[in-house]
Design a protein around this ligand. Structure first.
Ligand SMILES: *Cc1c(COP(=O)(O)O)cnc(C)c1O
Length: 406
């Protein structure tokens, strides 16, 4: 894994502190300051009668994903106040992202699922404008995508949107047997790496041997930061990430990384071009710049310090829960995807008389409301919380369990 210092050298585009360039930029920025500086604060969610909550669950689309950092919000605000050519913006931002992540090429998409559709469409139609318009009718094109069955975790629709048919295999031999002249691509879901016979490196090897593009969906797989280049380095032809999970960029943004020819082909299906399978996956300047700012911010973060903070927060909550007799806590880190300290709280229901589901409902219905996950436990992560919220969560979890134990 790269050290933070090594990472910094991949950030050629960041302003040099104290340089003339930075001063010029600052004076330019002053002229571009918001034209309505005195917009009154509005509490929109309150106006609309909506519940806000502490997110102790993680990066879930239904819970609106993650909170953007100030740098990202500033980039979005900046983008919202002037025009630019969309294709030129995507070109420049794509080049910057590719250099930051040392891959051949990159583009900002409307999320990981959007990256899967655009990337697949690019593989199918190449640079042929007629085929671009023809999709999702794949007549005359390669039309099959191979996936190991245990990688079928609910996201293949993004691939099938292009008209491609999924071919499911259960072993290395079945995979080899499934390859034929109609095979367009091979799809890999990174977090299922340990669940199927063919692991990432061998998958890439097979793709290369038969000349079939390999696509790795790494949507939820930062941290660690090194995953941002690990799989393109490994030889996957295309790799995607969600913008609004660990990177904390816009929820409606993502990254498609990989081979230059395939990224160029994928772009043919994206806005501003209209008559394409990707037209409904538009990202405008706000998401594109927001994604870039979020990525730059993420790359220069002190990831070890972030980790220590999450661990400390988890421990605070675990300690409070464990003060109730009969309650057990277990802290673990999922190996791939949502790779962050995670707390599972369980209890002996003879002594602590509440069902886990009801305890979670009490957390959700309390003030402030707290969202958690869980099955026969309460499952908590702290990486999507704001600092300090762990004390509220600790106190609420403790009081709900203590009350049930009384
Ligand atoms: C979240 C997720 C997606 C979808 O990502 P979006 O950025 O929301 O489009 C795809 N695949 C996996 C494995 C995911 O976890």
């Amino acid at each position: 894994m790269l050290t933070r210092r090594e990472l910094l050298q991949y950030l050629p585009g960041l302003p040099l502190v104290g340089s003339q360039l930075e001063r010029d930029d600052a004076s330019r920025a002053r002229h571009l300051r918001p034209k309505l500086p005195d917009v009154p604060y509005r509490d929109f969610f309150k106006e609309l009668g909506l519940r806000t909550f502490i997110n102790a669950a993680g990066t879930y689309t239904a819970l609106t994903g993650s909170l953007m950092r100030e740098e990202t919000v500033a980039a979005i605000r900046y983008a919202a106040q002037q025009y630019v050519d969309l294709d030129q913006l995507q070109d420049k931002v794509g080049e910057r992202i590719a250099s930051l992540l040392h891959c051949e090429a990159a583009t900002v998409t409307a999320g990981a699922a959007s990256a899967m559709t655009l990337g697949t469409a690019g593989i199918l139609a190449g640079m042929d404008e007629e085929k671009v318009v023809q999709l999702p009718d794949v007549t005359g094109m390669k039309s099959e995508a191979i996936i190991q069955r245990s990688h079928d975790v609910g996201y293949t629709h993004a691939i099938r949107n292009t008209g491609v048919k999924m071919v499911y295999v259960d072993s290395r031999q079945e995979l080899l047997d499934a390859i034929n002249e109609k095979t367009a691509m091979m799809l890999f879901i990174n977090f299922a790496n340990n669940d199927a016979e063919v692991k990432d490196e061998e998958f890439v090897e097979i793709g290369k041997k038969y000349g079939i593009p390999t696509f790795n969906d790494c949507a939820a797989d930062v941290p660690p930061v090194s995953n941002l280049w690990k799989h393109t380095d490994m030889g996957f032809d295309l790799v995607c990430f969600s913008g609004g999970k660990g990177l904390r960029g816009p929820q409606s943004a993502g990254l498609l990384l990989g081979r230059k020819d395939l990224i160029a082909a994928a772009r043919l299906h994206a806005a501003p071009r209209g008559n394409t399978v990707g037209r409904g996956m538009k990202v405008n300047k706000e998401e594109v710049l927001g994604m870039l700012a979020a990525l730059e911010n993420y790359l220069v973060r002190d990831h070890e310090a972030d980790w220590k903070q999450w661990e400390g927060q988890i421990q605070t909550i675990a300690d409070a829960a464990a003060r109730v007799p009969g309650v057990e806590t277990r802290i673990f880190v999922p190996e791939i995807a949502n790779h962050v300290p995670t707390l599972s709280i369980t209890w002996d229901q003879e002594n602590v008389k509440i069902e886990p589901r009801d305890a979670r409902l009490k957390l959700q219905r309390g003030h402030p409301s707290i969202e958690t996950k869980g099955g026969d436990d309460i499952l908590i992560t702290t990486w999507m919380m704001r600092p300090g919220e762990e004390f509220t969560v600790a106190e609420k979890v403790h009081s709900i369990l203590a009350e049930a134990a009384a």
